[in-house]
Design a protein around this ligand. Structure first.
Ligand code: MN
Length: 288
């Protein structure tokens, strides 16, 4: 952990800043020690972590037909991501697909590629199979572009489930469209750990979990071929690739959903710690 992790708001506020968005400015405010009845203290320097999501018809918000909602959409993501990022000390922000991935990558300190629908096989040269679920190619295109932009800019990335698959596809890997029994375990609580994975020595995951960990499993797509430039970091006992890590970048994909596990999963804390370090490097770059 570098000194950047411990940087405080006073230090940051005294440096020249390249980033000038409102949220960053407010993040640099600090409360004078003798001001007892002012606004509550702001957590200084919390790294901003973007979370992807999904688009859904607005009618699903209400029971029954509401004519005013016809044709409208809502963007959604699972609350568990925001809770975990906040608990880890990060500032979670939702990133809708209308936001330019390149611009986002210039503002964010970390990215979570979240779970969601199947990845359209067109993005990895595959074909739609009998078990392929709903597809949303616009979401795929956005998520893939954000993954690439984040990696180019050196921003740490965590992909979970679909996000793990997106990360692999963004780097040129492929997916299998349907996985056999034991992985699409949706009949129990999302937190339920249903199978083990074996973790490769020397990986980020090994440092966090050791050689073996039990995980939930809510997927039916999976990686077929890992992209060039990534290592397989974990496999289930039936040989499935359950995690990948980039060799030269802080990016990890896990086929499971750590955000649904009970308590703060170490991989989410890892992401926020890396995001904080990335934020510190950017600030030092701005100062220089
Ligand atoms: Mn699995």
């Amino acid at each position: 952990m570098s000194a950047g992790v411990e940087r405080g708001g006073v230090d940051r506020a005294q440096q020249p800043q390249i980033q000038t968005s409102g949220s960053r400015r407010s993040g640099m405010l600090f409360r004078p020690m003798n001001q007892s009845n002012a606004d509550p203290p702001v957590r200084c320097g919390a790294p901003m972590v973007g979370v992807t999501g999904r688009r859904w018809p607005a009618e699903t918000l209400h029971n029954g037909d509401v004519p005013a909602l016809r044709g409208l959409c809502v963007d959604a993501f699972f609350t568990a991501y925001a809770r975990a990022i906040a608990e880890a000390g990060g500032l979670a922000v939702f990133v809708p697909r209308e936001s330019d991935p390149e611009v986002l990558a210039g503002r964010l300190d970390g990215v979570v590629l979240a779970g969601g629908l199947d990845v359209d096989p067109a993005f990895y040269g595959g074909e739609v199979g009998a078990e392929t679920t709903l597809l949303d190619p616009e979401q795929d295109a956005f998520d893939i572009a954000l993954a690439r932009a984040a990696i180019v800019r050196g921003i740490p990335v965590l992909g979970t489930c679909r996000g793990h698959e997106v990360l692999n596809v963004a780097l040129g890997g492929t997916l299998q469209d349907h996985r056999r029994d034991g992985h699409n375990e949706r009949g129990c609580a999302a937190a339920q750990r249903v199978h083990d994975v074996s973790i490769a020595d020397g990986s980020v995951l090994h440092a966090l979990y050791g050689p073996r960990v039990s995980v939930n499993s809510l997927h039916h797509q999976a990686i077929a071929t890992a992209a060039a430039g990534v290592r397989v970091a974990a496999r289930s006992d039936d040989g499935l690739i359950e995690a990948i890590e980039l060799l030269d970048h802080d990016a990890v994909g896990v086929q499971w959903h750590p955000e649904f596990h009970d308590g703060l999963d170490p991989i989410l804390l890892w992401l926020v710690v890396q995001a904080r370090e990335r934020s510190g490097r950017r600030d030092r770059g701005a100062a220089g």
